[in-house]
Design a protein around this ligand. Sequence first.
Ligand code: NDP
Length: 254
Amino acid sequence: MDLFDLSGSVAIVTGGNGGIGRGIALGLAEAGADVAIAARNEEKTATVVAEIKALGRRAVGIRCDVAKKTDIEAAVASTTANLGTPGILVANSGIALGTRPEALPEEDWDRVLDTNLKGVFLFSQAVYAGMKALGGGKIITIGSMYSIFGGAQSAPYGASKGGVVQLTRSLAVAWAPDNIQVNCILPGWIVTEMTGWGGRERRHFSERIVARTPAGRWGEAEELAGAGVFLASRASDFVTGISLPVDGGWAVMG
Ligand code: NDP
């Protein structure tokens, strides 16, 4: 399907060195895109860069802390110099700290919001001029079921992910005249390092997730690739500002 063909496109995937970011990065590469992986852990990044190259695409790894504007600007410049102007951004990097709100240190609030929300905004801002010059682009943000629901230990995470949905809508409206589509993916419960600490290793919790998910299982990171390719490709040219759950039905379970 030509509509989904990403040949000749350049994508930046933040946090593409593991979990959901890796799943989407490999999907974009399989669809034909060259990919820059922007994250902090260079060893993990090198592994995914090699996986993308093995698919026959060009790839670079860039050390980047998305909470730092200078790192973001350097990552966009380095991607442009090495692969070309990015027409696709997947702003996927994120952290989750599980603490009840009454015990939450201010620094933890700032760290989560700076990474999960401000980082998405600054990265989007940094790619805007290049996308506009290309004649259009695709920005994909990553929300969560906590964009919709609350959690006793999720105050900063939920605030950041709710914010990502609203940021997505505002960027979509602002940049629609530039042919830049901005959409959000809302993953359900996906097997990654992030959910390993409090998820699958705590059997009770894991079983509750499975029981509440209509599909009756956790999702795999690779299962986000389909939505990623759709929202990165011409197939979604008239789709903007949406938040697409990829959750095995979690969000519609009564
Ligand atoms: P992982 O912990 O596996 O991946 C998180 C990624 O974010 C890593 O690649 C990490 O790379 C990167 N990252 C974290 N902090 C920074 C930073 N300051 N600068 C740059 N990169 C950073 O978790 P997931 O794959 O599960 O999470 C990916 C996204 O999906 C997150 O936004 C998360 O909130 C969201 N999500 C996950 C769900 C799940 O069930 N797994 C459900 C809903 C949403 P490095 O440490 O090398 O910087």
